[in-house]
Design a binder for this molecule. Sequence first.
Ligand code: GDP
Ligand code: MG
Length: 705
Amino acid sequence: MSSPALGGSVSGVAASSAASAPATSPVSHLRTLALVGPAAAGKTTLAEALLVQAGMVGAAGSVERGSTTSDFDPIERRMQHSLHTSVLHLDHQGLRIHLLDTPGSADCLGQSLPALEAVETAAIVINATSGIEPMAVRMMAWAAERQLDRMLIVNRIDAPGFNAAALLAQIQATFGRECLPLNLPANGGREVVDCWFAPEATPGHEADVSSVAAAHRALVEQVVEVDSAFVERYLEEGDVDARELHAPLEQALREGHLIPVVFVSAKVGTGVSALLDVIAQLLPDPSEGNLPDFFKGEGSAARPMHARVDPDAHVLAQVFKVTIDPYVGKLGIFRIHQGTVTPNSLLYVGDGRKPFKVGHLFRLQGKTHTEIPSAGPGDIVAVAKVDEIAFDAVLHDAAEDDHIHLKPLPFPVPVHGLALKPRRHGDEQRLSEVLAKLAAEDPCLRVEHVASTHETVVYGLGELHLRVLLERLREGYRVEVETAPPRIAYRESITTTAQAQYRHKKQSGGAGQFGEVHLQVEPLARGAGFEFVDVVKGGAIPGQFIPAVEKGVRLAMDAGVVSGHPVVDVRVTVLDGKHHSVDSKEIAFVTAGRKAFILAVREAQPVVLEPVVDVEISAPEAMIGDITGDLAARRGEVRSTTPQLGGRASVKARVPLSELSGYQLRLNALTRGEGSYTLALSHHDAVPPGVQAEMVKGWQLRDED
Ligand SMILES: Nc1nc2c(ncn2[C@@H]2O[C@H](COP(=O)(O)OP(=O)(O)O)[C@@H](O)[C@H]2O)c(=O)[nH]1
Ligand SMILES: [Mg+2]
């Protein structure tokens, strides 16, 4: 079957008739959760197990065989590794559960972070045998920042030697005493026993750790604390039936006062049906979670606003993922926060003036799209082939609801650069079009055209991120490229204040050009960016030409002054100038502004800045000495070394990014493939003087070509 909107797609469109299609679920029947956390914790396998348990797919696919519902991209299947967030759903006991399976690699944060915008609950999946990895800590923090309800899923309890007591202790030490088990592994990890719903129903059934009764008491005591009426009852009666604790439990989840922990083996299936019960009965519906922070208005005029979880209100929805499938075309995947969307809906994209008609509304199950007649608050759905839709766009159905944004996510800055050149002549245009498309769907991919070298440079979060990009270019778009060694996002700045002036005068034939600019440059704090101040008196430079001066300054800043890299963290003050009543025109002041800026920067003791990154490395403890020694040789500063579970340790260090090219290979060699690392931009710092001298020399040579 194929839908008219997707015309003969290879992705399998199951168009169900309106009669058999599920009607919009009432809000209380919806659950939304994202599986997040480190790679290889078992998120994709768990998603598959949940689909099987709910009867959504016949038999479980496996990551190894490349047959899971959520890792459907050919590159994912080949790498046996999730690279995208997959949208799945389960129908269970009359409920609809929207499940987002996210990739765990730090290189894929552009995929995994936006999933947090679409759900009430973040379920952080932990690998029972490797303990708490850095990505679990980061995801917990981001989910807390976003005020999501959180839970921890400990997977792989089938693994030999799994020590539940040690892991629970580590969980509480890392994330707090509010992390309490809802069930516990028993019988050597072959079963889980419930500690919340009806613990007395399993007498004689003892867990491998703690006791069911003690775990139950801890949970009830934690939950009643949010409501004094329940505290009194608990003190008087010694217990409160879990069924009566729904409202305080939701409140405890919302306030982060309770972070439930459950145990599963996705592979064997242990605990999967118990997890499904927890999702259905304890996790919040869209009206029970914290409402996401929207803002209406721009800049300082922006006012906070909340969506109303009301199917009859105006539509408010947010696009958290855009994919461009070479066959299906563009797919915009969004979470509805307010109102009801149908195929007849006319939706505006952000501040756009012209709405689009939905036409076909899809529910997703991995690569399969099913047409549905309507969707309400809490639903996660998609529309195809709407050009205006972009990542992070807000969709709405009332023209006056424009200028609404969701609070932005703290995306890491992409710092791994690669210069690209098409292998075939004539592919330049196509390459830049494809890159623009890919950058539009990935908030952590940046494309820069470097004027001084005529290169296209893509910046991503790491080597994996860029490798996947190259594979997509080749396989998805048939663009073969040549790559140059990684490029570092160097910057230039100044260290002292200086002034300069420049007169641009041209009088050869025709109309002349005249403009003169006096300006001052001053260093600003790192990260402050650019400030432009105009203190010109008496119209020495007429007001209408000031923007031209700024334009000239910005041109010079983008191109760089001493080494060909953008200038940052400066305040430029235009002090004075001269004009000519006939010959002064915009172009003259652009040139004068540009040249005056270049002269001033040369006098202001310019420096070249390099990105410095925070690296966190996890590896077997025995290899930590070699790793820190190697980091020191790379101008790195080791900040801490912390033991982890299972004979591993983590090292935190600060290292200039330029020293880390090919680091994964080096780490593999040092640790026999057992080391992994994450990296995030810390700040920019001046390069050593010798390095700067080389860069300045190298650039002047090219500049003269
Ligand atoms: N022993 C065991 N292996 C598992 C379990 N869950 C997943 N795996 C394996 O762990 C690897 C990574 O699983 P995957 O689902 O891709 O992890 P993800 O990166 O978190 O999505 C695969 O080889 C799985 O077969 C489990 O419960 N027990
Ligand atoms: Mg996965």
